[in-house]
Design a protein around this ligand. Structure first.
Ligand code: PLP
Length: 404
């Protein structure tokens, strides 16, 4: 008789966003005609920028001609895209990387889930609490954690780093040294960031204790403040201790089009084994490359036309973030995030739980957000709103919340 991977049975309940979707569907069913606005899931609403659409069309035409048709893509990515990434995302910020250190993928969710595969199963992970759930769940699936404890709402054998009001929604260096440290800045869900000097402390710590940082910079495009690093490689010594994950979803609207990349520096080694070589081996074996038309469209992100259009698009969402932040502050809520990130993290009023506030907002304002407790126990008493709605809906939602 076959056996299943029993680690999957450790995972509690269903995915946060399917629970929300069920609640919203039930509400709509019982309240026909209610105009519900979602500022819940972090999905974009603006169409792909014209420069990207133009390149998508021309790339499709190339596929229709035997002379320009492309079959399997190189599994690590086309060099035209890897070169554009090296030049624009790194060299322009004073960071030298080689094309061989860039691995193009179908997005940061899969990379953040898959990257743990190249590490030993006995490695101990450290994660922020609250956290983007993929980091924890994929380590659970791999057997790198103990059982889930419903009392503490935590898995055993995981180092949780609380990010609370008291810590400025930033993690503190753990007292027990981890092997793998997941960091995400600008942060989902809290919308917080740390300064470049704080990030440097993490890099120094990782190098000192021999840990590897998995640095998720999916929201890099939303940074507005000067002292926040756009890439962890702005920190000295990061190439010997950090992998960086990037996405085209939030800076260029590729949530449905799918494109991302991972940086694994050549200098990152475990004893004398290169992690770059391991990830290349994994990629080559399990991934057959992001589609040519998508990579071609991805390269359009780095053209002058593309850059100008995307600056405007990100600016549109940043303006939404400001609208939410200011509107809720005016209404007397305690809010944070939203300055370097498309997420606003608000403290639920009158000691309500995150889910009580979810119900209140749905019923009284017809607005959907995400309960902070869904991201971990330290998210209890908080609520996440996203800036990815349309401006009109964002304004309307804030007016409705103000009038509760
Ligand atoms: C922190 C973080 N990383 C990664 C992702 C997923 O990015 P992608 O669309 O590239 O898979 C998300 C999506 O919400 C995210 O919040």
């Amino acid at each position: 008789m076959f056996q299943i991977n029993e680690n999957y049975l450790k995972l509690p309940g269903s995915y946060l966003f399917s629970n929300i979707a069920k609640k919203v569907a039930a509400y709509k069913e019982a309240n026909q005609g209610a105009e519900v606005i979602s500022l819940g899931i972090g999905d974009v609403t603006q169409p792909l920028a014209p420069a990207i659409i133009k390149r998508l069309h021309s790339a499709v035409d190339e596929m229709a001609d035997a002379k320009t048709f492309k079959g399997y893509a190189p599994d690590l990515g086309y060099s035209f895209l890897r070169e554009a990434i090296v030049q624009n995302d790194f060299k322009a910020r004073g960071v030298e990387l080689s094309v061989d250190e860039i691995f193009v993928s179908d997005g940061a969710k899969s990379d953040s889930g898959n990257i743990q595969e190249i590490f030993g199963v006995d490695n101990k992970i450290a994660v922020c609490d609250p956290v983007y759930p993929v980091y924890v769940d994929t380590n659970v699936m791999a057997g790198r954690t103990g059982a889930y404890n419903p009392q503490t709402e935590r898995f055993e054998n995981v180092i949780y780093m609380p990010c609370t009001k008291e810590t400025g929604f930033a993690p503190e260096l753990p007292s027990e040294a981890p092997d793998l440290i997941y960091l995400c800045f600008p942060n989902n869900p809290t919308g917080s960031t740390i300064s470049k000097s704080q990030l440097q402390q993490w890099v120094d710590y990782a190098n000192k204790v021999g840990a590897c940082i998995i640095y998720d910079a999916a929201y890099e495009a939303y940074i507005t403040e000067e002292d926040v690093a756009h890439t962890i490689y702005e920190c000295e010594g990061a190439k010997t201790c950090a992998i960086e994950l990037r996405s085209f979803s939030k800076n260029a609207g590729f949530t449905g089009t799918r494109l991302g990349y991972t940086v694994v520096p050549m200098d990152l080694k475990c004893k004398d084994v290169s992690l770059n070589a391991l990830w290349a081996r994994r990629h080559g074996t399990k991934f057959n490359g992001a589609p040519y038309i998508i990579q071609a469209a991805g390269a359009a992100v780095y053209t002058e036309e593309g850059k100008a259009q995307l600056k405007e698009q990100v600016g549109y969402y940043q303006n939404n973030a400001k609208t939410i932040l200011m509107g809720l502050k005016d209404a007397g809520y305690t809010v944070s995030g939203g300055v370097n990130a498309p997420y606003i993290w608000l403290e639920t009023p009158n000691g309500m739980t995150s889910w009580e506030f979810f119900d209140l907002l749905l019923e009284k304002a017809n607005v959907v957000g995400t309960p902070g407790s869904g991201f971990g126990p330290s998210g209890e008493g908080y609520f996440r709103l996203t800036a990815f709605g349309t401006y009109e809906n964002t304004l309307k939602a804030i007016e409705r919340i103000k009038s509760i």
